[in-house]
Design a protein around this ligand. Structure first.
Ligand code: FE
Length: 303
């Protein structure tokens, strides 16, 4: 690269880092976010590190307490900021010094690769990226589309039938220890319930579950519910339905019918999250706040 372009680029990156860090002080509350990662990436670019290509912890698309009373604020803080962040750290460490494959590719081949961090940390990253997007405040989540409702009726008899399937299939007697409960779209387009152990995912080739494209997934690790529900996992499973973001699930379902897995990886999903948060900010905050949020979004995501 010509020297003048390199210098100009360096100045631009430094400015972007400065403005991003400035904007951070007055906008969204979630720490360890995509925004931090972007700022870190910019700084890393300046100093020659490869951190800019690392997987990112996405910003929650709602406040920590937005899912109450189903899921309490403290659980959300620990779950997102600590547990999810640990999976991010794990996969980034495993990939240190090598190229970052698309997350979806990584988890599809995770079991066959024989690499535990790909399966455990990589699976944990995808599963939690998916989980945050799949939920939202009870008042704004819509309902299953007519098409999805028909598919639920076909596979489970009714919505109540689907919920009963989760009650039974996600209970400790059926899913012992940590794991996830899922609804997947199979190759024939039909829905099926399945569970996976640990951070396995129905998209992983060779997984001990019904393979398919997930459109619903419930985290059954104790870290997802223990602070509020302790040993009462069934209560957590029942309460979760109130915060399922059917608008998002409907979109994933349409994609799955075309063979497309949900795009939950941070760079793509973060742009969607930013626009959702920006819309919320526009509704709630005065113009000066919006200017900063818009500026930050445009810097981080190029929109
Ligand atoms: Fe979790």
């Amino acid at each position: 690269m010509p020297e003048h372009r390199r210098v100009r680029g360096t100045i631009a990156l430094a400015a972007a880092a400065g403005v991003t860090l400035w904007a951070r002080s007055s906008t969204f509350a979630a720490p360890n976010s995509r925004r931090d990662a972007v700022a870190g990436g910019v700084l890393a670019s300046l100093f020659g590190s490869s951190a800019a290509t690392a997987y990112d912890l996405p910003t929650l698309p709602y406040d920590y307490d937005a899912l109450e009373p189903s899921i309490d604020k403290e659980t959300m803080m620990f779950h997102h900021d600590k547990h999810h962040a640990t999976y991010i750290g794990g996969i980034n460490k495993a990939l240190e010094g090598s190229e970052q494959p698309p997350l979806l590719d990584l988890i599809k081949g995770a079991i066959k690769s024989g690499k535990k961090p790909y399966r455990n940390a990589g699976g944990g990253v995808w599963n939690h990226d998916f989980f945050w997007l799949e939920m939202g405040p009870a008042s704004s989540n819509g309902k299953p589309s007519a098409k999805l409702e028909a598919a639920i009726k076909d596979a489970f008899g009714s919505m109540d039938g689907l919920k009963e399937t989760f009650d039974t299939g996600a209970a400790p007697a059926a899913l012992f220890g940590s794991g996830w409960a899922w609804v997947v779209v199979q190759k024939d387009g039909k829905l099926a319930f399945t569970t996976t152990a640990n951070q396995d995912n129905p998209l992983m080739e060779g997984v001990d579950a019904t393979e398919g494209i997930p459109v619903l997934g419930l985290d059954i690790w104790e870290h997802a519910y223990y602070l509020k529900y302790q040993n009462r996992r069934p209560d957590y499973v029942k309460a979760w339905w109130d915060v399922v973001n059917w608008n998002q699930v409907n979109t994933w379902y349409e994609g799955a019918l075309d063979g497309k897995a949900p795009d939950v990886d941070a760079p793509a999903a973060a742009a969607a999250l930013a626009s959702r948060k920006k819309a919320a900010a526009v509704a709630k905050k005065p113009a000066s706040f919006n200017f900063k949020a818009n500026l930050e979004t445009s810097i981080n995501f190029g929109t």
